[in-house]
Design a protein. Structure first.
Length: 295
């Protein structure tokens, strides 16, 4: 009898916890994003006295693209920061808070469709062309007449590459950081399809489900881009770690091949740092951007 009562209690506790987990997931917990009200304090704690400005810009599809903008002067060149998958604008918090960068450039970090506070959180946008259009909407809002530098980490890499393909007149240069750009390097583990439909979809945090939903079709999207690489004529700086286990360094070799006719391509292959060089090699990524900007 005692064993039966214990079993019933454990089942009851498990059921409550399971329901609580589903409610938390559907309510947007584990969202991997920083509320607007917390940005200023986090930036000040890192020494940045400039106040962040929050934008919501229509991308032409009925979706409002959220972005965080920091500028000391309207006359400075614009740098656009595009996160990976999953992620949000706050992946670039240390860059927006970097006073060396904000002395020489205006910075804007974008919440890509499906992530952060862009309208439609948790609804993935599989099209790289649509992702690039979302970036372009923010660029057009802030710098319609000037070319911009773009930094893209991981899946943000093909997004900024597609931007340079579709809007070459606005691309001053690219910094590809551990970028997923080679379709041959895209793997398809069994669990990608398993967690995509209900009921497992309901228990996966929205940011992670959106990530899976945009990574599943990425290989096909990258293949669509293959004939367009020759149209990337702006300077391209590639930064990748040799020990990247999530996005193999072969992606950097791919960049060199498809951009062989571009006279301004530089590769920096780091001996270590894994896939997270955006954070753990901040100084290196910053230096690549500064050199691109001419500093």
């Amino acid at each position: 009898m005692r064993l039966k009562r214990l079993t019933r209690r454990l089942m009851w506790v498990f059921s409550v916890l399971f329901v609580a987990w589903i409610v938390a997931v559907q309510a947007g917990f584990f969202a991997m994003r920083t509320p607007d009200g917390e940005w200023a304090g986090k930036m000040k704690s890192r020494g940045q006295m400039l106040a962040p400005v929050f934008l919501d810009v229509p991308d032409g599809s009925g979706r409002m693209i959220h972005a965080v903008y920091v500028a000391a002067s309207d006359s400075l060149p614009l740098v656009v920061l595009v996160h990976g998958s999953p992620g949000s604008a706050d992946n670039y918090l240390d860059y927006l808070a970097d006073t060396m960068l904000t002395r020489v450039a205006r910075l804007v970090a974008i919440d890509r469709p499906g992530f952060g506070y862009t309208q439609g959180f948790g609804r993935a946008e599989p099209s790289q062309a649509a992702q690039a259009a979302a970036v372009w909407a923010v660029v057009r809002h802030l710098s319609a007449r000037e070319k911009v530098w773009l930094v893209g980490h991981s899946l943000g890499g093909p997004v900024i590459a597609r931007f340079a393909m579709d809007y070459p007149e606005q691309a001053a240069g690219l910094v590809l950081v551990a970028a997923s750009i080679d379709p041959e390097q895209e793997e398809h583990p069994w669990w990608q399809s398993a967690i995509h439909p209900p009921p497992l979809k309901w228990v996966i945090p929205k940011s992670l489900w959106a990530s899976n939903a945009e990574i599943k079709p990425l290989e096909g999207e990258l293949r669509k881009m293959l004939p367009l690489w020759e149209g990337v004529v702006c300077p391209v700086r590639v930064v990748h770690a040799l020990d990247d286990q999530l996005v193999p360094v072969a992606n950097a070799d791919f960049a060199q091949r498809v951009l062989q006719n571009n006279p301004e391509v530089t590769l920096k292959i780091l001996p270590d740092g894994d896939h997270f060089i955006l954070w753990n090699r901040h100084a290196t990524v910053k230096q690549e951007l500064l050199e691109g900007l001419g500093h």
